[in-house]
Design a protein around this ligand. Structure first.
Ligand SMILES: [Zn+2]
Length: 403
């Protein structure tokens, strides 16, 4: 069975084919580093960690890149409150990110480009867009011509012009309300760079496009993030890349769904969130990961404390049973035939679940059932039987990363 993955652009689950056989280039939109991450962010990093693990398990080499957005007003505001520079603030929360990432057992990406480290490349791209006439300068800012919004909609599948049929106030300096910022004129207190358009900094979309294409080349395989990044972020990146190279930035846009709290989307800016740190301090990273993976990545995860509590108990029980199998010295009996059948069943359920758009929820059920069975029957196992059972558990764990 081929690996099938849901594509935001086609709105369908499709056979996944990398551009170069055996190699997958994948870019994930990373956090803006002004605070510790919340469980909504973590879900995205766990989703793409799972995608990477499954691709590697299936024999692909994966080149995994994740950026840090380290230049933003929110960082400047936080820096003022902390009484340190925006640079030191960003550095501090990059370190905090890695503490959470390690606790959640996320594989380290192969590269972590930063916005501040990629500005010359961003300026080159903006210059090229100016030369080809798709960008224009206005009072020290530079905008991308979005053609009245007609160019949007390929990922969001919405007609923007219809959505503003009742009227839309034209923001100052723009030819059209849908034009987006490529270069932003310097404002007091913000970090800035020199450019042909004066002091300022590049916009968010051209920033991510520059970081991804300089790390992975043009038209790589997967660009991933949460659903809220589809519009305007990923749609704008797509327009920038096609104007710059005549090619889409990537072949597959993949998005994980939201985490909600009290049925409202979890977000840092609204203050409606639970941090990863609060949960891992209480339950440990494995239990938090287990909780997230019980939900398919495209289903909304409505966070609730009692759900995490219950998951944490299930996770502890699973771990205890696996440890029991590891320490068993084995008896005289042997169940080798039945074990072979159970192993085959568990492995085929794992492959089927993961190949079908990364159904970790179903993979977990298969793991729990196998471990429960092995635990109940362990008294009749030889040492070799227990070892074979553990090999299957280890296979699941390579993909799910729980222990
Ligand atoms: Zn991005």
């Amino acid at each position: 069975m081929a690996f099938r993955l849901y594509s935001t652009e086609s709105g369908k689950t499709e056979d996944f084919q990398p551009n170069c056989p055996g190699e997958v280039r994948m870019y994930i939109c990373g956090p803006t580093v002004y605070n510790v991450i919340h469980i909504g962010h973590a879900r995205s990093y766990i989703t793409f960690d799972i995608l990477r693990r499954w691709l590697e398990f299936s024999g692909h080499e994966v080149n995994h890149v994740q950026n840090f957005s380290d230049v933003e007003e929110s960082i400047t505001r936080r820096a003022r409150k902390l009484g340190i520079s925006p640079e030191a603030t960003a550095e501090r929360f990059i370190e905090e990110f890695f503490l959470d990432a390690d606790e959640l057992n996320l594989k380290r990406a192969h590269a972590y480009p930063t916005y501040s480290g990629s500005v010359p490349k961003m300026i080159d791209i903006i210059k090229d867009l100016m030369d080809s006439g798709v960008a224009y300068e206005s009072g020290g800012d530079v905008y991308f011509r979005s053609d009245g919004g007609k160019k949007f909609g390929r990922l969001s599948h919405t007609d923007l012009q219809e959505s503003v049929a009742g009227g839309f106030e034209l923001p100052e300096g723009r030819e059209d309300p849908f034009d987006f910022v490529l270069w932003r004129k310097h404002r007091e207190g913000e970090r800035f760079w020199d450019s042909p358009w004066g002091k300022g900094r590049p916009g968010w979309h051209v920033g991510c496009y520059a970081m991804s294409s300089s790390s992975l080349g043009e038209c790589f395989d997967v660009h991933g993030g949460g659903l809220d990044l589809i519009f305007p972020h990923h749609e704008s990146i797509l327009l920038v890349s096609e104007a710059h190279t005549r090619m889409p930035v990537c072949n597959h846009f993949i998005h994980n769904s939201f985490v909600t709290l009290g049925r409202k989307k979890m977000s840092k800016s609204s203050g409606n969130f639970v941090t990863v740190r609060e949960l891992t301090d209480k339950y440990g990273g494995g239990a938090v990961r287990f909780y997230v993976l019980k939900h398919h990545y495209r289903a909304i995860l409505d966070f609730d404390g009692s759900g995490v509590e219950k998951s944490s108990e299930e996770y502890k029980d699973l771990k205890r049973k696996v440890e029991g199998l590891r320490s068993t010295s084995g008896g005289n009996g042997s169940r080798s035939e039945e074990i072979s059948m159970r192993i085959e069943q568990a492995e085929s359920r794992l492959r089927e679940a993961m190949n079908d758009d990364l159904h970790t929820d179903r993979a977990l059920v298969a793991l729990l059932e196998f471990v429960n069975w092995a635990h109940d029957e362990a008294d009749g196992f030889s040492k070799e039987d227990a070892e074979r059972a553990l090999q299957v558990v280890d296979q699941f764990d390579k993909i799910l990363g729980l222990f």
